[in-house]
Design a binder for this molecule. Sequence first.
Ligand SMILES: *[C@@H]1O[C@H](CO)[C@@H](O)[C@H](O)[C@H]1NC(C)=O
Ligand SMILES: *[C@@H]1O[C@H](CO)[C@@H](O)[C@H](O)[C@H]1NC(C)=O
Ligand SMILES: *[C@@H]1O[C@H](CO)[C@@H](O)[C@H](O)[C@H]1NC(C)=O
Ligand SMILES: *[C@@H]1O[C@H](CO)[C@@H](O)[C@H](O)[C@H]1NC(C)=O
Length: 362
Amino acid sequence: MPSLLLLFTAALLSGWAQLLTEASSWWSLAMNPVQRPDMFIIGAQPVCSQLPGLSPGQRKLCQLYQEHMAYIGEGAKTGIKECQYQFRQRRWNCSTVDNTSVFGRVMQIGSRETAFTYAVSAAGVVNAISRACREGELSTCGCSRAARPQDLPRDWLWGGCGDNVEYGYRFAKEFVDAREREKNFAKGSEEQGRVLMNLQNNEAGRRAVYKMADVACKCHGVSGSCSLKTCWLQLAEFRKVGDQLKEKYDSAAAMRVTRKGKLELVNSRFNQPTPEDLVYVDPSPDYCLRNESTGSLGTQGRLCNKTSEGMDGCELMCCGRGYDQFKSVQHMIVFHGPPLIFDLIFRSPLHDVEAGIRSQRF
Ligand SMILES: *[C@@H]1O[C@H](CO)[C@@H](O)[C@H](O)[C@H]1NC(C)=O
Ligand SMILES: *[C@@H]1O[C@H](CO)[C@@H](O)[C@H](O)[C@H]1NC(C)=O
Ligand SMILES: *[C@@H]1O[C@H](CO)[C@@H](O)[C@H](O)[C@H]1NC(C)=O
Ligand SMILES: *[C@@H]1O[C@H](CO)[C@@H](O)[C@H](O)[C@H]1NC(C)=O
């Protein structure tokens, strides 16, 4: 009997520890600004032990690569901002709830939304580290060493200092995935399925940045003749990475874990996801109503658009509960002057813009 009780307590404790680790994440580096590298004392370890949300493996990487931490935080922030932009008109709008758990309990559910969040934040880290290398901010990397593209015209120079996306990719893989790799769940368990899901989505995010980086060139030569061009590898604008990952979100694949500990499609008629695709293992929670147990904040108080038929339309946003209406008027300044083009653009003197209609729960 006592052994049974012990077993029970142990199970309870491990479940609780699991909750705790899920509740805090390296994402919190985005919320609590990390000190800049020049403020670190060489070899000082305490900084890493004070940063919230790191897993044991990430803490070790922090000790080895302290100067990277500020950029990981910056990358996480960029990712979160992009997530909030992409989801601004949806029921779940990627809102953060606090500094340590960042998104709250909703991330404990292996939903499509969780998939996107993992991907976009991993992408943010690749982006930030690749740029920091190019800017000479990190001692372990510099300009990109990517080989000259075969199709670059012969007389163009390949040699500008490019974003080091190879390094950014590799470092982000080490750091972001560390947290998943150190978990050791039974093969085929739900928890292991979730680890596989996270790893796949992290990779999809990193690859989006890697694949979208492209050649950029600058002209040289007398008075803009462009007789000479210098080219380098350049990261895509992060908005474009966000757009791409949003498309991947829309086409994300529903998966389940097999007994052998692999992910397989729930519906085998669909195409097998590639490493660039997002996957999820749980249905999304109901984002309409506030629910403490799922972490859903609900849509009460959100703005909706009465004339929109999209997700920001009032019927969908307010989940059919009805809504309050208000009208706001925006005045646009009319430009009176010679340049015709301005008159064309601002022809109508006054725009009444129905800006928002507030939802209300009944
Ligand atoms: C939480 O984040 C905010 C905004 O970044 C910051 O001002 C505040 O100090 C943080 N709080 C804690 C307890 O770290
Ligand atoms: C919260 O969500 C859980 C899981 O979906 C559900 O079982 C429960 O009824 C919900 N609670 C409320 C108050 O809606
Ligand atoms: C996102 O949703 C939450 C919860 O409904 C709300 O409090 C917050 O203001 C929303 N953020 C934006 C930018 O609309
Ligand atoms: C509301 O939706 C309509 C139709 O999609 C759009 O033309 C309009 O700009 C939207 N208004 C706001 C304030 O977003």
